[in-house]
Write a protein that binds this ligand. Structure first.
Ligand code: SAH
Length: 215
């Protein structure tokens, strides 16, 4: 039987996102529109709308839908922003952010995944405002800073100071911080030279590698 992706997607939005407290209507709309199955490898496609991360090769995963939604919601985007994503993976979260912000730059350490993310975005004809770059994103991307939002899709041992420096005034950094098993999703808001931190939830991401990641 051919899966009914549209109804699986609507179900995901209702059960996994709305009922669990995702309230940002723009986030709900983006995730209710973007064909997530196009970002999942063919052999894993039946799991596209499941309430869990899905393997995308190279030992990496596309995050659980709820986590992508929560991170996007925490950035409080209205459409005018420049956003940096670290850990583009399949390109799915970058596509979601592309619907919510003016411009998105997404960096991916594994070159084959950077190429995959680029292909996936092209395939769905979305993300014309999204640039995928291959490289180490743990140091951010100062060339296009400052960013109104930075979303880190891999767990860091600590908050890299280089990322804080690249936040615009009023900008927000969303980043999982902890060890391999357990992390807290921190939301850091810049007000001038001050940074306010709040813990959004506990989570478990794949480790951030590179200069400010795990060695
Ligand atoms: N946002 C992705 C999920 C990514 S999983 C999606 O929606 O599909 C985390 C990704 O971070 C992995 O692809 C991993 O290769 C990448 N990564 C790990 N360390 C990195 C680093 N230092 N710079 C850039 N990407 C990194």
């Amino acid at each position: 039987m051919i899966p009914d992706w549209a109804s699986e997607r609507a179900d995901m939005v209702e059960r996994q996102l709305r009922r669990r407290g995702i309230r940002d209507e723009r986030v709900l709309r983006a995730m209710g529109t973007i064909p997530r199955q196009e970002f999942v490898p063919l052999e894993m496609r039946v799991a596209s709308y499941k309430d869990e991360p899905v393997g995308i090769g190279h030992g990496q995963t596309i995050s659980q839908p709820y986590m992508t939604a929560l991170m996007a919601q925490e950035l409080e985007l209205s459409g005018d922003e420049t956003v940096l994503e670290i850990g583009a993976g399949s390109g799915y979260a970058a596509a979601v952010l592309g619907e919510l912000a003016k411009r998105v730059v997404a960096i991916e350490l594994v070159p084959a995944l950077a190429a995959l993310a680029e292909r996936n975005l092209h395939k769905i004809g979305l993300g014309r405002n999204v640039t995928i770059l291959a490289g180490d994103g743990s140091q951010g991307y100062p060339e296009l800073a400052p960013y109104n939002g930075i979303s880190v899709a891999a767990a860091a041992p600590d908050v890299p100071g280089r990322l804080l420096e690249q936040l615009a005034d009023g900008g927000r950094l969303v980043i999982p911080v902890g060890d391999f098993q357990d992390q807290e999703l921190r939301v850091i808001i810049r007000k001038g030279s001050e940074f306010m931190t709040r813990v959004s939830t506990h989570c478990r991401f794949v480790p951030l590698r590179g200069h400010y990641g795990f060695r």
